[in-house]
Design a protein around this ligand. Structure first.
Ligand SMILES: Cc1ncc(COP(=O)(O)O)c(C=O)c1O
Length: 416
């Protein structure tokens, strides 16, 4: 059974700070096995890559282990399909520039209004550089879901790349990425997926999604500030890399430019090891002794998902009962499986910033504004009025935390 107290005991800041962390979509708290990996890397084998001595050899072994661990996490076919980088945004700018080399004026790229700007601006930039046409997929404003019919309208024989999100960082909507990738492939285009908001909540499986690229950020799934890119090996192999001449010509090294954040990479491995350990504790199918790493990660994410669905049901029900609250996104109980527990709303008479500050006075950390999901805020007409207030839950949050938040919000809405 999922034991939230045991989970919380593995997050030192959650244990020690008197705060309710609902700011998770902006970054989660770090888990102890991740911290341990960072410490032991820096203390035990802090060295540059490719040396003939012990610490450098051990450092390279840890980097190799981390590529393998992230391949397990994302279900990539090979560790060579995993590229580490500073963050998702930088990796996306980097990869988009490499892809731009393969594109010609008049080629088309599809982006969506539901995405974080980190999965829009890089594509707009290469479009400007290379004379490409950008096509936008709209949302259905009623429940802030992607308009799949509009996607069909935007696709054509000229489409080269479809860039989409897996889960919205603004309103929590999960996109049907498998269907989007299939539609992209049907017209001969590549599918690039931003999984930053999905990774802490859903089991990542690049083979099942059949996407070509997928990016996520370790600091959103209990690790340090670091970005991770999955790319299909044949594509990474073929693509041009902006790199220095002595560096490797092979993936992933050719895309991991300069000296990497080794301790961050070690810490990212630690975050995946935490999930494996959680899955093992929960009794991954056939787990006890010899369950594979992937089975353990699967068990952990399945259990996290069902726990979080319960939390988000309580949160959404509570919000709906408070006068003056408007939830932006899926609120229908039957459709909760189509969202992650990132819930955004506005409260009549309150600017989101003032509301976030009021909640913070009581130790409840939420986020306000557009969270860089600029296109969706503009589409919903909320950009001018301060965006929304976002409550983002993860598996270390609890029902009592939600009750405390709802109680306070109810009092605020009632004027006290
Ligand atoms: C959905 C989504 N995509 C991309 C990003 C950017 O990620 P990074 O900070 O790793 O560049 C974020 C960060 O909030 C995000 O939520």
């Amino acid at each position: 059974m999922f034991d939230v107290d045991k989970v919380r005991s593995q997050f030192p800041s959650v244990r020690c700070q008197q705060a309710i962390f609902f700011d998770n979509p902006g970054g989660t708290q770090i888990v102890q096995p991740s911290l341990d990996r960072i410490n032991s890397y820096l203390l035990g084998c802090n060295a540059n890559h490719g040396g003939a001595f012990k610490t450098s050899i051990e450092s390279d072994q840890i980097l190799a282990e981390a590529h393998a661990g992230l391949a397990v996490f994302l279900n990539a076919r090979s560790p060579d399909e995993i590229v580490f980088g500073p963050n998702m945004t930088t990796l996306t700018f980097m990869l988009s520039r490499s892809l731009a080399k393969t594109l010609n004026p008049g080629d088309e790229i599809i982006v969506t209004r539901l995405d974080h700007d980190a999965n829009i601006a890089p594509w707009l930039t290469i479009a400007e550089d290379r004379g490409l046409t950008v096509r936008w997929v709209d949302i259905q404003p009623e429940d802030v879901t992607l308009d799949m019919e509009d996607l069909d309208r935007q696709l054509s024989a000229r489409t080269r790349i479809v860039a989409c999100g897996y889960a919205s960082n603004a309103v929590g909507t999960i996109n049907d990425v498998r269907a989007i990738a299939a539609k992209a492939h049907a017209v001969g285009a590549l599918c690039f997926v931003d999984a930053v908001q999905a990774a802490p909540h859903l089991l990542m499986d690049v083979q099942d999604l059949d996407c070509d690229f997928l990016v996520c950020s370790a600091y959103k799934f209990f690790g340090p500030h670091l970005g991770v890119l999955y790319g299909r090996l044949d594509l990474l192999d073929r693509l041009f890399a902006y790199k220095v001449r002595p560096a490797s010509d092979e993936p992933p090294g050719k895309f991991e430019t300069g000296t990497q954040n080794h301790e961050g990479i070690a810490g990212t491995l630690g975050a995946v090891e935490y999930l494996e350990g959680l899955g093992r504790q929960l009794g991954a199918r056939g787990a006890s002794a010899g369950a594979g790493r992937r089975e353990c990660v699967t068990a952990a994410l399945e259990s996290i998902r069902s726990y979080e669905i319960g939390l988000q049901r309580r949160l959404i029900r509570g919000l709906m009962s408070i006068p003056g609250v408007t939830i932006w996104g899926i609120a229908n109980e039957e459709s909760l499986a189509k969202r992650v527990p990132t819930v955004s709303f506005t409260l009549d008479g309150w600017h989101p910033r003032s509301l976030a500050a009021r909640l913070a006075e009581s130790g409840i950390y939420t986020w306000d504004g557009n969270y860089y999901a600029l296109a969706v805020m503009e589409r919903l007409g909320l950009q001018e009025t301060g965006g929304m207030l976002r409550v983002g839950l993860v598996h270390y949050n609890t029902e009592p935390e939600i009750e405390k938040f709802l109680g306070l919000l109810d009092r605020i809405a009632g004027g006290s």
